[in-house]
Design a protein around this ligand. Sequence first.
Ligand code: HEC
Ligand code: HEC
Ligand code: HEC
Length: 271
Amino acid sequence: MLKKVVITIGCSMLFAGNAVASDIHGKDLYEQNCASCHGMDGKVSEMGKKLKPYPARDLTALAEVVDRDELRRIIAYGIRGTAMVPKRYDLDASGIEDVIDYIFTFKRKINMANGKERFKQVCATCHGFDGRAKTGMGAKNLVYSNLSLKDTVHTIRYGRTGTKMTSKRHQLNNPDIEDVAHYVHDLRFKADVGKGSKLFSSTCKSCHSSPSAIKVRGNRAKTMKLAEMSDYLLNLRIRHGRHVDRAGKNVANLSEDDTQNIIAYLKKETK
Ligand code: HEC
Ligand code: HEC
Ligand code: HEC
């Protein structure tokens, strides 16, 4: 214990105020503690590939897609039942930060073609080739999803407990997951405010003179702006239940995309 403290203080004095030195520190720690399995370049060593029950993971795609907190936890506590044993006995807290900084220097280029291919292989049976999930599998329509890239990656890596969306962590490596996440975001519907404005004039204006004239029901109605409501909730309020009974067929028959265009317009006008 005492020895460790002395070493730690020694190190931090040696490297104090020197950013380059702390990178070198991270590189050294990585090469000593991690490279035997994860490879010098983060792309998994020959030995790492042969590990059971799961091979070591490619660490090159993590910078953009995985939170530091998650990496900290994995490195300190390991992954039970795998060769990734806890490292908190070998590295102190600042050592773990330096290793993460070093891992984040492993860069790669996004490969959309690979993302598309993997999506077809692993996701399309449920989410459909276009991501609209009209497959009868009860999957989510990814075209209107507004998850951040990190949350999308998190969903792919760990799945959603109790649903058919299971973890894909052992089917896809991290570079694949990064590519698929970018591909999924690229499939998203891009709302057109101009179209939304025209649709508002033709389908809504007869009853609502302008977006800001629309009164929202409920306790929070007096303070809540349309711009603050989620797309999901607005869609529900416009196209379902009481409203659609009053607003009539034109509103009921709006396509999903046109509704999203109108919602984008409503939000812009009520910001
Ligand atoms: C003895 C081999 C071995 C060593 C040494 C090792 N790891 Fe691992 N590591 C693994 C294996 C195997 C996995 C995959 C476990 C799994 O799939 O659940 C893994 C997974 C990980 C993950 C999770 C990646 C992901 O996509 O979820 C991170 C991060 C990680 N290791 C970082 C490190 C760091 C940093 C070090 C050095 C401090 C290190 N590992 C040392 C074998 C090792
Ligand atoms: C076996 C069917 C199935 C497969 C295969 C599948 N999913 Fe899913 N996915 C679902 C279901 C069901 C949900 C809804 C989970 C819920 O209720 O929260 C979902 C939800 C999601 C979400 C959350 C969307 C949101 O806005 O909340 C994302 C992102 C996602 N899936 C991406 C993927 C990707 C990428 C793949 C392929 C790597 C994939 N899924 C493979 C069934 C599947
Ligand atoms: C035929 C008249 C009529 C048309 C057309 C109409 N609305 Fe409404 N709308 C109403 C009335 C009446 C309300 C008052 C609240 C209620 O009874 O739901 C309302 C309320 C709303 C609300 C608030 C709903 C709530 O639950 O708080 C929104 C949002 C809204 N309208 C949007 C639209 C949009 C967008 C369109 C066009 C696509 C549209 N409306 C077309 C009559 C109409």
